[in-house]
Ligand binder design. Structure first.
Ligand code: HEM
Ligand SMILES: *[C@@H]1O[C@H](CO)[C@@H](O)[C@H](O)[C@H]1NC(C)=O
Length: 331
């Protein structure tokens, strides 16, 4: 009797083994199958409505998941508001006045709490919303592994330290991703996120005015028209929060134009530009060329890297909690 049960268990493991479990076995695809079967539909529907109202919201939701995962792991720490002694990650340099989409997450959580209270974590909402946002703007889709739990605290210092700055050198970007268990291929694929959404003047001013700032590459030097347009949006001082599209060609769509842009020296952020100008080995350049000429290859890599990013330092089992309100730890 005992033996048969073990056999059944082993069989289930084997059947599920290939597809359902993540590499580290912590997250699974069907986590809410019994406890909240409509979870994915509820998230998708809410994201659809939000993106219909504000197309840029798709980009903002993707970035929210990224900024969550790079600080203490994908644990929804980014969603916590300041409370008592704890300073919110929202106040940190890379996030303040820039990160958006919190109201959309609130709305999704509200809808989920109505359907299945205390069941779906805010961290899982971020992962599902990022996937739905990308696919709604024409990008790839992928299966999101689930079962993350929500942190009990935020890390303001972590947000300042671990989220890469737009004026980082290539070495710094590589080290930053490596710290999260992501390799150079992940860095290049995930940077393709800058195929939609917008950036503030603050984030790219140095690139368009400071001639000695980076090895700009001669392609960029010749793009005086591109630079003139950016300078008209963003004067040498002031208008810090004026916006420019990260992908000047197709800023509303998730496609592979980002890679064509950076090959022409027309990436907006310095961190986009360094991928092609500081890559002395040529490895990154080959990958950029491949993605620029083959969108399906980019999509496959992007999906793979998103799953990897979504598994960074997740809380599982009885770690953390399932928050009732994504902005606050349960009392
Ligand atoms: C490689 C290092 C990266 C750097 C230095 C970086 C930096 C930035 C900066 C400075 C902005 C503009 C913020 C502003 O001015 O308000 C931005 C926007 C954005 N980033 Fe990144 N990023 C990086 C990687 C990523 C990754 C890995 C993702 C997603 C997986 C991502 C997704 C986005 C999106 C979608 C936007 C547009 C957001 C919106 O329009 O609301 N970025 N990024
Ligand atoms: C990057 O930008 C920050 C803030 O704007 C500035 O303090 C720093 O000196 C810059 N770093 C480089 C390498 O230019």
């Amino acid at each position: 009797m005992e033996l048969t049960r073990i056999h059944c268990f082993v069989l289930v493991l084997i059947l599920h083994g290939t597809g359902t479990w993540s590499d580290d076995g912590l997250l699974v695809l069907d986590y809410y199958a019994e406890t909240c079967p409509l979870a994915q539909e509820i998230v998708q529907h809410s994201v659809e409505i939000a993106v219909l109202k504000d197309p840029r919201m798709a980009a903002s939701l993707l970035r929210l998941h990224f900024h969550d995962c790079f600080v203490m792991g994908c644990d929804a720490s980014v969603l916590l508001d300041s409370f008592g002694d704890m300073v919110s990650e929202k106040e940190a340099g890379p996030n303040l006045g820039s990160l958006r989409g919190f109201e959309v997450i609130d709305k999704i959580k509200y809808n989920l709490e109505k359907a299945c209270p205390y069941t779906v974590s805010c961290a899982d909402i971020l992962a599902m919303a990022a996937r739905d946002a990308v696919s709604l703007r024409g990008g790839p889709t992928w299966e999101v592994l689930l079962g993350r739990r929500d942190s009990l605290k935020a890390s303001f210092d972590g947000a300042n330290h671990f989220i890469p700055a737009p004026n980082s050198s290539l070495e710094t970007l590589i080290a930053n991703f490596d710290h999260q268990g992501l390799d150079v291929e992940d860095l290049v694929a995930l940077s393709g996120s800058h195929t939609f959404g917008k950036a503030r003047c603050l984030s790219f001013r140095q690139r368009i005015y400071d001639e000695n700032f980076q090895e700009q590459g001669d392609r960029y030097e010749r793009n005086t028209m591109f630079r003139r347009i950016l300078r008209s949006i963003c004067p040498q001082s002031g208008r810090d929060h004026a916006l420019a599209p990260l992908d000047f060609m197709t800023s509303a769509r998730f496609d592979n134009h980002y890679f064509n842009n950076i090959l022409q020296g027309k990436g907006l952020l310095p961190s986009d530009n360094v991928l092609v100008v500081q890559d002395h080995g040529g490895e990154i350049r080959r990958q950029v060329w491949a993605y620029a000429s083959n969108p399906q290859l980019f999509y496959a890599s992007f999906a793979k890297s998103m799953v990897k990013m979504g598994s960074i330092n997740v809380l599982v089992g009885d770690e953390g909690q399932i928050r009732k309100n994504c902005r606050f730890v349960n009392t």
